[in-house]
Design a protein around this ligand. Sequence first.
Ligand code: ATP
Ligand code: MG
Length: 248
Amino acid sequence: MNDPATVKEGDMSQAANAKGRIMLACHDLTRIYREGPQDVTVLEGLELEVRAGERVAIVGSSGSGKTTLLNLLGGLDRPTRGEVLIADESLLDLGETALGRFRNRHIGFVYQFHHLLAEFTALENAALPLIVRGQSKKAAESRARELLIRVGIAERADHKPGELSGGERQRVAIARALVTDPSLVLMDEPTGNLDQTTAASILALMDELARTTACAFVIVTHDPSMAAHQDRVLKLDDGRLTEQLEPI
Ligand SMILES: Nc1ncnc2c1ncn2[C@@H]1O[C@H](COP(=O)(O)OP(=O)(O)OP(=O)(O)O)[C@@H](O)[C@H]1O
Ligand SMILES: [Mg+2]
């Protein structure tokens, strides 16, 4: 990622040109869990469009389906009905291998419970998406280190997740999601374990990315300051999204 001061004019105008284009769309998105004795309809006929460079917060009560929605948007789960398009590509059209490659190329995902690999250090975890993509360990780790510096955790680079606090793990997960310069970043409660100062530094990093790249963000959050900081706030209720107009 570039510092705003060092971003070349060409990059800026490229980002500006890319902005406005629809990066993420879903139509008639429906997810019914049929695993138990009763069907559970979590999402029903949900519509959403997010433009390049746009940041959307999603709020909703516990169990309303926020994680279910992010999993569908990120191609981690398949809808019962409807479709998800990212950069004009329908995820439905992709088989498992192609979907894995597509996710690595386009999507950064911060899980609600971060899912770092216990056997790897913070640096190795953050570098992993680039290694999967075929970059050398040296190049991947050099880039990962930049991100660890940005999220304020470089001094913990050689520690394994078990030796990190919850907030530190979350920041490693954020670094891992951003390391590939994704087109779309999906975050499930990214500042849930962070103090105000650290949360503010994550917000500043997101601001910079939104300004200097065409990256789109969808952020599930219970944090009112995180929600208020985004371009739009949508509420998930009864399986659908509506504009949230009052402060949460
Ligand atoms: N694999 C599953 N099988 C059956 N029901 C499920 C499954 N996963 C989630 N659910 C149900 O779907 C609903 C939505 O779950 P989800 O995890 O998406 O909620 P959430 O909005 O992310 O909640 P929280 O704020 O607590 O994280 C819940 O009622 C949950 O019990
Ligand atoms: Mg959840």
